[in-house]
Design a protein around this ligand. Structure first.
Ligand code: MN
Ligand code: MN
Length: 294
């Protein structure tokens, strides 16, 4: 059997569907449960994030199973790719679906790893996990109370999370209206993209680690946290952002404390950079979490 695809058999024919590379454990054995949310229903600028999960899976096969920085082979890590959620068209419905799935996975002792799709899905994941701390990398504050008639827009994610999580850390932000920045200053730990550049990501991470020690963290990476000149496959591209290495440092540092992870907002209409970075971040998260847990 090819290690690249799930195979199922009907009569004499084999049918294949693609999963994330090396994610071939049984559900019972899996510590990590990947799934895709191919949804971009509230996208405000440029649609396409619905194609993100597929692009991330395809990109994952470009990489060696061996991760030299941790010394583990990803194929030895028990992970499963459950496929894509059949998504509701209604944003509130989508959030409920994700909350159900993530609740089931967490209840079965799995670490959920969600591939987006737009950021809206994160509202459901956080609702199910109820972490102590929410850490997000995002160009946008996502602190609108409502956008285009829904409270479950991709522009309202952090605002909804504020309603269930006491502590929020935002890294890499550089876009939001005055009201959102006032809320962020008052209610969150905000490290703008300029602060990351001025202080350096190591200093920023050092401060955050002091806060998250011993606590349950949910880590969400909105792909547009990274400068759009580097990874342009985005629904709402913003320049002057973080580098992929900055975000990788966040993933490496926070993964050992995380109870859930997502990488969202990949709209893969570029030369493959955005999905390639996303696939590597997923691998980084799993490798670091697994290594820390043993
Ligand atoms: Mn976002
Ligand atoms: Mn964003």
């Amino acid at each position: 059997m090819s290690d690249r695809f799930w195979l199922s058999r009907t009569g004499t024919h084999e049918l294949i569907h693609q999963c994330f590379a090396d994610a071939e454990a049984s559900y019972e054995d899996a510590r990590y449960a990947l799934f895709g949310v191919p949804y971009d229903g509230t996208t405000s600028f440029r649609p396409g994030a619905r194609f993100g999960p597929r692009a991330i899976r395809e990109a994952s096969f470009n990489f060696e199973s061996y991760d030299p920085s941790t010394g583990i082979d990803l194929y030895e890590v028990p992970m499963i790719d459950l496929g894509d959620l059949v998504v509701s068209k209604v944003p509130e419905g989508l959030v409920g679906q994700v909350a159900d799935v993530v609740g089931d996975l967490a209840g079965d002792g799995k670490v959920p790893v969600m591939l987006g799709g737009e950021h809206t899905a994160t509202i459901g994941a956080v609702r199910a996990i109820r972490p102590d701390v929410y850490v997000v990398c995002d160009a946008h504050l996502d602190l609108r109370d409502e956008l285009d008639g829904t409270a479950c827009s991709h522009g309202c994610v952090t605002r909804r999370v504020l309603e269930t999580v006491d502590e929020i850390v935002i890294i890499g932000a550089r876009s939001g209206d005055r009201e959102q920045f006032e809320i962020a200053d008052e209610m969150t730990g905000l490290y703008t993209a300029d602060i990351v550049r001025e202080r350096g990501i190591d200093v920023v991470i050092g401060e955050i680690l002091g806060e998250v020690e011993g606590r349950r963290v949910y880590l969400s990476i909105d792909a547009d946290a990274i400068d759009c000149c580097l990874t342009p496959g985005l629904g709402t591209p913003e320049p002057f952002g973080m580098t992929p290495l900055d975000v990788r440092e966040v993933v490496r540092a926070i993964a050992p404390h995380a109870v859930g992870f997502d990488y969202v907002e990949v709209a893969p209409f570029d030369s493959g950079q955005t999905a390639a970075v996303a696939a590597q971040m997923v691998r980084e998260f799993i490798a670091r979490h697994w290594t820390a847990g043993r």
